[in-house]
Design a protein around this ligand. Structure first.
Ligand SMILES: Nc1ncnc2c1ncn2[C@@H]1O[C@H](COP(=O)(O)OP(=O)(O)O)[C@@H](O)[C@H]1O
Ligand SMILES: [Mg+2]
Length: 377
């Protein structure tokens, strides 16, 4: 952090300040103190302007190598080289969607059901003839995320972020109807359903076997993804599992919890933030191609959240993963790691484009950005 000393003389005016009307010696002592120099936030430009049709978008330059900041990037690169040497094929998969609309039954469609209503013939006929009132919770959304890109979906709670994310993770259950096209590579959603293991979603609520320890949970997760033939320098499946598990536990700094129960509401186990991190590394263990993360920084402290975002950036860049994230607390540090941003409001897409152009776009519309505010909040 930088500190700048005041170059000029302290101001002559002795107008009341928030510290009260301080004059004389006390005031001088205060004005001599160093003040914090806030570093400029250069919002980084997107890598993939060619996939976006943003009117009048500025010249796009490649991103600075921010991924290098993550402490474990080297190991990710080593892992990738090892997989390449072992002859594993790249599994890159992008996702594109257009005219995507999701409808659910509106609240007024809810009827009180009891065992007698099913014999109410008149009601049944009326229900059959009447079109149910529907509400679109996501309207005409479109976008594209290529392998190696990161998309941030923003919106206040209830605006449809999870709905969009679920569509992009090919989880369509629980909605009345879904219209529009979502393509995973050149597959449509039915074809992509065969590759469920490649399209991963980290949901907001975690579901674990609470009585397993963190170590056992990760053992299980990594064992499921042992390749058919091992890389040359790995001797046994056991070694492979142990190595991957250790890397994952260290990547989110929860190696110390390996022997603690995961727990849940009833079984006391690791803390909420640690459990979130277990769910994060459990997802990372899947070696998927498309990763969607629903508010995965919930319960994490700001620095771990940034660490997680850097890990995503590094893995996305190195492994060519497609990453889609919703966040409700995206500080500038996290925001700047993303290539693209999609802003939802009541199910409508109000911005989709390079992360760097979102702020000027909103300012053009007349929204005011106050100094020190976060772009993504
Ligand atoms: N299956 C469903 N049936 C009815 N309403 C739903 C359903 N899923 C979501 N909604 C409603 O749609 C809106 C958007 O939900 P969601 O995508 O979960 O929002 P968020 O942006 O907070 O993640 C909310 O108002 C929610 O109540
Ligand atoms: Mg949500």
């Amino acid at each position: 952090m930088e500190f700048h000393l005041h170059d000029e003389a302290p101001p002559a005016s002795t107008a009341p300040t928030e510290y009260g009307d301080q004059s004389g010696e006390e005031f001088e002592a205060y004005s001599e103190k160093p003040t914090l120099g806030v570093p400029d936030n250069n919002v980084r430009e997107a890598t993939s302007a060619e996939t976006l049709a943003v009117h009048g978008s500025p010249h796009i330059t490649p991103p600075p190598g921010r991924d290098a900041e993550w402490s474990m990037t080297d190991q990710v690169i080593r892992n990738k080289e090892r997989s390449e040497a072992a002859g594993y094929k790249k599994r890159e998969l992008g996702v594109t969607w257009q005219n995507l609309t999701v409808e659910v039954l509106a609240a007024e469609a809810a009827v009180k059901e009891n065992q007698f209503t099913q014999y109410n013939i008149i009601q049944l006929i009326q229900d059959w003839r009447r079109k149910p009132p529907l509400k679109a919770i996501l309207q005409d959304s479109h976008g594209c995320v290529k392998p190696g890109e990161m998309l941030l979906v923003l919106g206040r709670p209830g605006s449809g972020c999870t709905t969009l994310l679920k569509m992009l993770a090919n989880r369509r259950e629980g909605y009345h109807s879904v219209h529009g096209d979502v393509s995973f590579g050149n597959m449509n959603s039915e074809e992509a359903a065969h590759y469920r293991g490649q399209i991963v979603m980290n949901t907001e609520e975690e579901l674990f076997y609470p009585r397993l320890t963190v170590g056992q949970t990760m053992d299980f997760a990594t064992k499921l993804k042992v390749p058919a033939h091992l890389p040359a320098e790995t001797k046994s499946v056991h070694d492979y599992v142990a190595e991957t598990k250790q890397f994952l536990l260290e990547s989110m700094k929860i190696a110390h919890t390996a022997d603690t129960k995961v727990g849940n509401e009833f079984v006391r186990g690791v803390s909420g933030g640690e459990r979130k991190r277990v769910s994060i590394i459990e997802c990372m263990a899947t070696n998927g191609s498309i990763f969607t993360w629903d508010n995965s920084t919930r319960g994490l402290d700001a620095s771990t959240a940034l660490e997680w975002a850097k890990a995503l950036r590094a893995m996305t860049n190195v492994m060519g993963i497609t990453t889609i994230v919703t966040l409700y607390q995206a500080g500038n540090g996290i925001y700047n790691l993303f290539d693209k941003v999609l802003v939802l409001d009541e199910g409508k897409q109000i911005y989709y484009g390079p992360a760097a152009s979102a702020k000027p776009f909103m300012e053009d519309l007349g929204f005011v950005y106050s100094d020190g505010a976060n772009v993504g909040m």
